[in-house]
Design a binder for this molecule. Structure first.
Ligand code: CU
Length: 221
Protein backbone atom coordinates (compact mmCIF):
# COMPACT_ATOMS: atom_id res chain seq x y z
CA UNK A 1 0.00 0.00 0.00
CA UNK A 2 1.25 3.44 -0.90
CA UNK A 3 0.68 5.95 1.88
CA UNK A 4 2.25 8.91 0.16
CA UNK A 5 0.35 11.62 -1.70
CA UNK A 6 -0.48 11.03 -5.35
CA UNK A 7 2.01 12.70 -7.74
CA UNK A 8 1.45 16.42 -8.06
CA UNK A 9 0.69 17.67 -11.58
CA UNK A 10 -0.55 21.13 -10.66
CA UNK A 11 1.22 24.45 -10.42
CA UNK A 12 -0.80 25.08 -7.25
CA UNK A 13 0.04 21.71 -5.74
CA UNK A 14 3.50 22.73 -4.48
CA UNK A 15 1.98 25.14 -1.95
CA UNK A 16 -0.89 22.82 -1.01
CA UNK A 17 1.50 19.92 -0.42
CA UNK A 18 3.90 22.14 1.53
CA UNK A 19 1.05 23.18 3.83
CA UNK A 20 -0.02 19.56 4.21
CA UNK A 21 3.48 18.41 5.23
CA UNK A 22 4.15 21.38 7.53
CA UNK A 23 0.86 20.80 9.37
CA UNK A 24 1.43 17.04 9.52
CA UNK A 25 4.91 17.48 11.02
CA UNK A 26 3.80 20.17 13.53
CA UNK A 27 0.75 18.23 14.71
CA UNK A 28 2.87 15.04 14.71
CA UNK A 29 5.40 16.67 17.06
CA UNK A 30 2.60 18.02 19.30
CA UNK A 31 0.96 14.57 19.32
CA UNK A 32 4.18 12.82 20.37
CA UNK A 33 4.95 15.40 23.09
CA UNK A 34 1.44 15.29 24.57
CA UNK A 35 1.07 11.50 24.41
CA UNK A 36 4.51 10.81 25.88
CA UNK A 37 3.75 13.39 28.59
CA UNK A 38 0.53 11.57 29.46
CA UNK A 39 2.30 8.20 29.48
CA UNK A 40 5.09 9.55 31.70
CA UNK A 41 2.62 11.10 34.18
CA UNK A 42 0.49 7.94 34.30
CA UNK A 43 3.63 6.02 35.18
CA UNK A 44 5.21 8.55 37.55
CA UNK A 45 2.06 9.32 39.56
CA UNK A 46 0.63 5.82 39.61
CA UNK A 47 -1.01 4.63 42.81
CA UNK A 48 1.54 3.58 45.39
CA UNK A 49 1.13 2.41 48.96
CA UNK A 50 1.39 5.41 51.31
CA UNK A 51 1.61 7.88 48.41
CA UNK A 52 0.33 11.35 49.30
CA UNK A 53 -1.37 13.84 46.98
CA UNK A 54 -0.21 17.42 47.20
CA UNK A 55 -1.84 20.59 45.95
CA UNK A 56 -0.18 22.71 43.30
CA UNK A 57 -1.42 25.90 41.74
CA UNK A 58 0.50 25.28 38.49
CA UNK A 59 3.08 27.47 36.82
CA UNK A 60 2.16 30.81 35.27
CA UNK A 61 5.42 30.86 33.31
CA UNK A 62 4.75 27.44 31.75
CA UNK A 63 1.20 28.44 30.91
CA UNK A 64 2.33 31.58 29.14
CA UNK A 65 4.91 29.56 27.16
CA UNK A 66 2.54 26.80 26.06
CA UNK A 67 -0.13 29.31 25.12
CA UNK A 68 2.15 31.70 23.24
CA UNK A 69 4.01 29.12 21.13
CA UNK A 70 0.89 27.39 19.70
CA UNK A 71 -0.75 30.79 19.17
CA UNK A 72 2.24 31.98 17.13
CA UNK A 73 2.38 28.71 15.17
CA UNK A 74 -1.36 28.88 14.39
CA UNK A 75 -1.19 32.54 13.39
CA UNK A 76 1.75 31.79 11.03
CA UNK A 77 -0.10 28.84 9.50
CA UNK A 78 -3.22 30.97 9.15
CA UNK A 79 -1.35 33.71 7.31
CA UNK A 80 0.48 31.21 5.07
CA UNK A 81 -2.65 29.20 4.20
CA UNK A 82 -4.57 32.44 3.71
CA UNK A 83 -2.09 33.57 1.06
CA UNK A 84 -2.22 30.16 -0.66
CA UNK A 85 -6.05 30.27 -0.60
CA UNK A 86 -5.94 33.79 -2.02
CA UNK A 87 -3.68 32.69 -4.89
CA UNK A 88 -6.05 29.85 -5.87
CA UNK A 89 -9.58 30.84 -4.91
CA UNK A 90 -9.88 34.61 -4.95
CA UNK A 91 -11.55 36.26 -7.94
CA UNK A 92 -8.42 38.17 -9.00
CA UNK A 93 -6.28 35.02 -9.00
CA UNK A 94 -8.12 33.66 -12.06
CA UNK A 95 -6.02 33.80 -15.25
CA UNK A 96 -7.46 35.93 -18.07
CA UNK A 97 -6.60 33.82 -21.10
CA UNK A 98 -7.59 30.41 -19.77
CA UNK A 99 -9.41 27.64 -21.58
CA UNK A 100 -12.97 27.57 -20.24
CA UNK A 101 -14.81 24.30 -19.76
CA UNK A 102 -18.09 23.58 -18.07
CA UNK A 103 -18.55 20.50 -15.91
CA UNK A 104 -22.11 19.62 -14.96
CA UNK A 105 -22.47 16.95 -12.32
CA UNK A 106 -25.57 14.86 -11.92
CA UNK A 107 -26.49 11.53 -10.36
CA UNK A 108 -24.23 9.79 -11.35
CA UNK A 109 -22.08 11.26 -14.07
CA UNK A 110 -19.92 14.18 -15.12
CA UNK A 111 -20.87 15.98 -18.31
CA UNK A 112 -18.10 18.10 -19.74
CA UNK A 113 -18.91 20.87 -22.19
CA UNK A 114 -16.07 22.02 -24.45
CA UNK A 115 -16.05 25.38 -26.24
CA UNK A 116 -15.02 24.04 -29.65
CA UNK A 117 -12.82 25.91 -32.11
CA UNK A 118 -14.04 29.42 -31.21
CA UNK A 119 -12.91 28.97 -27.63
CA UNK A 120 -16.18 30.33 -26.24
CA UNK A 121 -18.88 28.47 -24.33
CA UNK A 122 -22.57 28.77 -25.18
CA UNK A 123 -21.93 28.94 -28.93
CA UNK A 124 -23.07 26.53 -31.63
CA UNK A 125 -19.81 24.60 -31.86
CA UNK A 126 -19.86 23.57 -28.18
CA UNK A 127 -19.93 19.85 -27.60
CA UNK A 128 -20.56 17.80 -24.48
CA UNK A 129 -19.01 14.48 -23.51
CA UNK A 130 -20.11 12.18 -20.74
CA UNK A 131 -17.45 11.17 -18.20
CA UNK A 132 -14.51 12.30 -20.31
CA UNK A 133 -12.47 15.30 -19.29
CA UNK A 134 -9.73 16.27 -21.71
CA UNK A 135 -7.29 19.03 -20.76
CA UNK A 136 -4.20 20.68 -22.17
CA UNK A 137 -1.04 20.72 -20.06
CA UNK A 138 0.98 23.88 -19.35
CA UNK A 139 -2.04 26.08 -19.92
CA UNK A 140 -4.43 27.56 -17.37
CA UNK A 141 -7.89 25.98 -17.40
CA UNK A 142 -11.04 27.35 -15.80
CA UNK A 143 -13.80 24.87 -15.03
CA UNK A 144 -17.30 26.21 -14.39
CA UNK A 145 -18.78 23.68 -12.00
CA UNK A 146 -22.51 23.09 -11.87
CA UNK A 147 -24.85 20.45 -10.54
CA UNK A 148 -28.25 19.40 -11.82
CA UNK A 149 -29.52 17.71 -8.70
CA UNK A 150 -27.61 17.30 -5.43
CA UNK A 151 -24.24 18.36 -4.07
CA UNK A 152 -21.35 16.51 -5.70
CA UNK A 153 -17.63 17.06 -5.22
CA UNK A 154 -15.27 17.41 -8.17
CA UNK A 155 -12.03 15.74 -7.09
CA UNK A 156 -8.90 15.28 -9.18
CA UNK A 157 -6.11 14.28 -6.77
CA UNK A 158 -3.17 14.78 -9.18
CA UNK A 159 -4.34 18.33 -9.86
CA UNK A 160 -4.96 18.97 -6.14
CA UNK A 161 -8.47 20.08 -7.03
CA UNK A 162 -11.48 19.40 -4.85
CA UNK A 163 -14.57 21.54 -5.09
CA UNK A 164 -18.22 20.99 -4.33
CA UNK A 165 -20.69 21.33 -7.21
CA UNK A 166 -23.80 22.90 -5.76
CA UNK A 167 -27.24 22.97 -7.43
CA UNK A 168 -28.22 26.50 -8.47
CA UNK A 169 -24.66 27.79 -8.45
CA UNK A 170 -21.87 28.07 -11.00
CA UNK A 171 -18.59 27.73 -9.14
CA UNK A 172 -15.44 28.48 -11.12
CA UNK A 173 -12.15 26.79 -10.31
CA UNK A 174 -8.84 27.07 -12.10
CA UNK A 175 -5.65 25.08 -12.34
CA UNK A 176 -2.71 24.51 -14.63
CA UNK A 177 -1.42 20.99 -15.26
CA UNK A 178 2.36 20.53 -15.34
CA UNK A 179 2.35 17.14 -17.07
CA UNK A 180 0.35 14.75 -19.18
CA UNK A 181 -1.30 11.40 -18.51
CA UNK A 182 -4.51 9.52 -17.79
CA UNK A 183 -6.21 9.98 -14.45
CA UNK A 184 -9.61 9.86 -12.82
CA UNK A 185 -12.24 12.16 -11.36
CA UNK A 186 -13.94 10.77 -8.31
CA UNK A 187 -17.04 12.23 -6.75
CA UNK A 188 -15.95 13.04 -3.19
CA UNK A 189 -19.40 13.78 -1.79
CA UNK A 190 -21.80 10.96 -0.90
CA UNK A 191 -24.48 11.88 -3.43
CA UNK A 192 -26.76 8.88 -3.60
CA UNK A 193 -26.83 5.12 -4.19
CA UNK A 194 -24.70 5.30 -7.33
CA UNK A 195 -22.06 7.55 -5.75
CA UNK A 196 -19.42 4.81 -5.94
CA UNK A 197 -19.65 4.66 -9.74
CA UNK A 198 -19.58 8.42 -10.28
CA UNK A 199 -16.18 8.56 -11.89
CA UNK A 200 -14.82 9.93 -15.12
CA UNK A 201 -11.58 9.72 -17.02
CA UNK A 202 -9.21 12.66 -17.12
CA UNK A 203 -6.79 12.88 -20.05
CA UNK A 204 -4.16 15.59 -19.96
CA UNK A 205 -2.65 16.19 -23.40
CA UNK A 206 0.20 18.32 -24.61
CA UNK A 207 -1.41 21.59 -25.75
CA UNK A 208 -1.04 20.80 -29.49
CA UNK A 209 -2.53 17.32 -29.04
CA UNK A 210 -5.44 18.84 -27.16
CA UNK A 211 -6.13 21.19 -30.06
CA UNK A 212 -6.19 18.34 -32.57
CA UNK A 213 -8.30 16.18 -30.23
CA UNK A 214 -10.81 19.01 -29.92
CA UNK A 215 -10.83 19.55 -33.70
CA UNK A 216 -11.43 15.84 -34.27
CA UNK A 217 -14.44 15.98 -31.96
CA UNK A 218 -16.10 18.92 -33.72
CA UNK A 219 -15.48 17.80 -37.30
CA UNK A 220 -16.44 14.24 -36.47
CA UNK A 221 -13.31 12.88 -38.14
CU1 CU B 1 -21.66 12.65 -6.86
Amino acid sequence: MDWSLPPNLSTQGVHIDALFWIILVLTGIAFLLVESGIAWFVFKYRNREGGKAHYTHGSTRMEIIWTTIPALVLATLGIYSGSVWESIKSAHSFPEDALRLRVTAKQFEWNVTYPGADGALDTSDDFTLRNQLHLPAHEPVIVELRSEDVIHSFFIPVLRVKQDAVPGMTIPIWFEATGTGDFEIACAELCGLGHYRMRASVTIHEAADFESWQASQTTGS
